[in-house]
Design a protein around this ligand. Structure first.
Ligand code: FPP
Length: 236
């Protein structure tokens, strides 16, 4: 945690962005309209995180399970992601955002994979905010991939520790989230950062993702500031 004024500010906020579809259907709009508004909410939230002094923001932009959506919706989400990257990268770079991708980026094809990797390289030395985009990400797949790396390294079983296992995960070098937010009233983790959220504060809000922005982010941080974090311990 870092301190901005007297209030504890989470170092790392992770968000399950949910409710784009419902936002659109309640307005009689196609689902893609909700995803488009969702992309605007991503921009607002990155700005809010910087303004609040949060140093890491992880967004669940596309889960391993999202590939099972109809091909047209997968295409819409991929298009929006590509468009977001192209239209926002200069601004993010200027704001000091370091972009990191976790998940199986290769599944988006060689062109987008190359663009994502180039965006990471371009912003690698920025340090205002690390924006972690989870793309084709699944928490279980992350853990299994790390276990495979441990086995392939030939390390002795007793040499494996929580610390060196964490360094084999996609999130290597990124502190665990202090606060996990899920929008839209759903109360599930949905295979997001399973290992990394062991001690995260969980916050579920009814706000639909396209309505999320500075006010909802500030309210989440206010709620976080009231939580007493013990990490399993109890004061003597
Ligand atoms: C959930 O809404 C949201 C997603 C499937 C992923 C988030 C996608 C975006 C914010 C769009 C663009 C992304 C970027 C990074 C620019 P849902 O479709 O599951 O909503 P529902 O549960 O109401 O149907």
């Amino acid at each position: 945690m870092s301190e901005v004024s007297a209030r504890p500010v989470p170092l790392h906020v992770a968000i399950i962005m949910d409710g784009n579809g419902r936002w659109a259907t309640t307005r009689g709009l196609p689902r893609v309209a909700g995803h488009r508004e969702g992309a605007k909410a991503v921009r607002r939230t990155v700005e809010a995180a910087i303004a609040q002094g949060v140093r890491y923001l992880t967004l669940f932009a596309f889960s391993s399970e999202n590939w099972r959506r109809p091909p047209s919706e997968v295409a819409d989400l991929t298009f929006l992601l590509k468009h977001y990257l192209r239209s926002e990268l200069n601004e993010m770079h200027a704001q000091g955002v370091c972009l990191k991708i976790i998940g199986e980026r290769e599944r988006f094809g060689p062109n987008l994979t190359a663009e994502l990797t180039a965006a990471e390289a371009r912003t690698a030395n920025n340090s205002k905010l690390t924006l972690v985009m989870a793309l084709s990400y699944g928490g279980r797949a992350d853990v299994v991939a790390a276990a495979r790396k441990a086995i392939a390294s030939g390390m002795a079983p007793e040499a494996l520790t929580e610390e060196n296992f964490a360094a084999l995960l996609d999130t290597k070098g990124i502190p665990d989230p202090d606060l996990l937010i899920r929008t839209s009233g759903e109360v599930r983790i949905s295979n997001f950062l399973l290992w990394q959220t062991a001690y995260s504060e969980l916050l579920f809000t009814n706000v639909l993702w396209p309505d999320f922005g500075a006010a909802a982010f500030a309210a989440a941080l206010d709620e976080y500031a009231t939580r007493e974090r013990r990490f399993g311990a109890r004061p003597a």
